[in-house]
Design a protein around this ligand. Structure first.
Ligand code: NDP
Length: 312
């Protein structure tokens, strides 16, 4: 039986509608959550991401502003900008779009963001809160992974979860969230021995690797849930054929655009898995939805009388 497709676009739209309702309720009390996005220089991919974030703010009613220092900006200039945003009461969330130019000390800039406004959840204070199960701001993509599982009624407690990838942005926080939800968690990486064998233990397999279609059917226990975080642009026709042989619709679009967006999971896995996230339309849409969620959560925490209602 082919896998159930976990529709991230629908789940993200539900979350955005909930956030919009929260924003309306706050407006009644004259509180408007605000997000500041810092985009340094002209990285085309970053510009697309930032446009998506600003548009999402408009849709849910969050105030947003964009700061665009030149790509010659120094660490000190960015530290001043962040300090200024830290001080402003109408700004609840600060997002510094990565990557920063090479002359900038990215770690120093990210560390300067007030942890209470760190809507990306990258600050060590928030990492510590997550690992000690205290309320804080959780990185958006891993938080989205958990939302997909919970809202699809996939049990987590007591399940074997395997996360492939140990980045600070995705793999590690995803593993921590699964552990906090009482899964038995294994984290794999490039030095893991017998990766297919370890992955086959998983009831829940999370792929956050950055390698197109690396997780093939031999990595997957029948009926497992597979969450594909990967976003890879495939341009090589041979690679396209390895992944999508016989898929006329994809072939047509690949031919027209010269590329296609592929996850870390090979499409053949849908024949083995019980449930699977597609790419595109799986984890991707959740990232911005959870950024909106985090901005409202930060506003609640910062503005006192709004207690943190959600468990996340
Ligand atoms: P990183 O490159 O930071 O981390 C990749 C991880 O995968 C590393 O831990 C690395 O191991 C591991 N890895 C690499 N090759 C192998 C291998 N052959 N076998 C086992 N493990 C391997 O990537 P990110 O975590 O930032 O991103 C992962 C993927 O998720 C990317 O495709 C990215 O585009 C996507 N992504 C998607 C988002 C979304 O919104 N959907 C948001 C963020 C990322 P090691 O540590 O040993 O090097």
């Amino acid at each position: 039986m082919p896998a159930i497709i976990l529709d991230g676009t629908r789940i993200a739209s539900d979350i955005r509608a909930e956030v919009a309702a929260d924003v309306r309720a706050m407006a009644a009390a004259r509180v408007r959550p605000g997000l500041a996005v810092v985009l340094v220089g002209h990285n085309p991919a970053s510009e697309i991401y930032v446009r998506g974030k600003v548009k999402a703010c408009q849709e849910v009613g969050i105030y947003s502003e964009q700061h665009s220092p030149a790509d010659t900006a120094t660490t000190d200039e960015l530290l001043h900008l962040v300090e200024d945003l830290n001080r402003r009461d109408e700004i609840d969330g600060i997002l510094v779009q990565l990557p920063l130019p090479p002359q900038v000390d990215s770690k120093r800039v990210l560390m300067a963001v007030d942890p209470a406004k760190d809507v990306d959840g990258f600050h060590p204070v928030n990492v510590g809160f997550l690992s000690t199960q205290r309320p804080g701001l959780i990185p958006c993509t891993p938080a989205g992974v958990i939302e997909i599982l919970k809202r699809s009624n996939i049990p987590i407690a007591g399940q074997e979860a395997v996360v492939v990838g140990r980045s600070d942005i995705v793999g590690k926080p995803a593993a921590m969230l699964l552990l906090n939800a009482n899964a038995t968690v294994t984290v794999c990486h490039s030095k893991t021995h017998d990766l297919p064998g370890v992955c086959r233990r998983a009831d829940i397999l999370v792929a956050a690797i950055g390698r197109a279609g690396m997780i093939t059917r031999d990595f997957v226990k029948p009926a497992a849930t597979v969450i594909d975080v990967g976003m890879n642009q495939v341009t090589d026709p041979a690679e396209f054929k390895r992944l999508f042989a016989g898929n006329a619709k994809r072939a047509e679009s690949f031919q027209a655009k010269g590329s296609t967006l592929v996850g870390d999971v090979h499409p053949e896995v849908a024949e083995v898995a019980g449930a699977i996230t597609p790419v595109p339309g799986g984890v991707g849409p959740l990232t911005i939805a959870m950024l909106m969620f985090n901005t409202v959560k930060a506003a609640r925490m910062l503005r006192g009388k709004w207690s943190v209602a959600s468990g996340q």
